[in-house]
Design a protein around this ligand. Sequence first.
Ligand code: TRP
Length: 343
Amino acid sequence: MAFSPRVFSGIQPSGDLHLGNYLGAIRRFVPLQDTHETLYCVVDMHAITVWQEPNALRRATREVAAAFIAAGVDPKRSIVFNQSQVMQHAELAWVFNCVARIGWMNRMTQFKDKAGKNSENVSLGLLAYPSLMAADILLYKATAVPVGDDQKQHLELTRDIAAKFNNDYAASIAEQGLDPDFFPITEPLIAGPATRIMSLRDGTKKMSKSDPSDQSRISLLDDADAISKKIKKATTDPAELPLEVADLKERPEADNLVGIYAALSDKTKAEVLAEFGGHGWGKFKPALADLAVAQLAPMAGEMRRLIDDPTTIDGILRDGGERAAALAEKTMHDVRRIVGFIR
Ligand code: TRP
């Protein structure tokens, strides 16, 4: 059976959103609304795998929802909601905890990075994180998942869980008269290299909310002045911009700024270099600052307006939650019967 093209993606409400979140994920959510049924989720249950102060979690949840909408996600066309409102996520995650193997989880590089030497003393939820992520996606039988390349391994695990569930329960799935490919094998829509955004201070490090330097990232709430200053002060090498993309290779800062320009203008790096190659930073940085301000400052304004009106945001999330739950319940209804739960 063909699954209808359905997109699911999620963003964690665990701190300030920055340009990397926007170009790597949120911006790409918008055009998918024209071709797919789209669900965009604020994954608050994932956020609490590490400690979140409750009021900060509420604030961050509204901030992510505001960013979706300010970026152009239409809450009528898309389903915009926070994960914890749809209890079926937790329910399916539990079943997947019993399908997936501990060894699969231990191999996840994001877990190893986050747990570090402390792997005995992190939450059990942090280890099981990918199982909940698989539940997010498979509850809606999503066929495409736009994420950054750091999530590739989690998506492969999602495919492994879907395949093992379909296989372990094959007899029961048949007995219930359901499609043998009960869960689809989801395709990742990995962002291209131009959307891997690096720190403005060090082109070899990812732009990150945990970098102690505020100058290293452009927050999605920054105003025009802050955006412009940060770009003009960004670290660069002294050479002028090259004519060829290949010559960006050994120049991480130049590569990053050209990549940001390309992503914001929907151009390739080659097209950007066709315009700016052979010129110095004195020409390129002001052009990039203008482009970034023109795109990001109005979005920041709209985000602030939405954040200041929590009743509206919460209403959008509740409406999205109800629509999501109706879809999720269809899948869970079948899953309970497949597994052998009595209702
Ligand atoms: N793990 C993702 C991240 O940290 C967030 C996420 C949770 C997600 N569930 C998802 C992304 C489902 C895509 C689909 O970026």
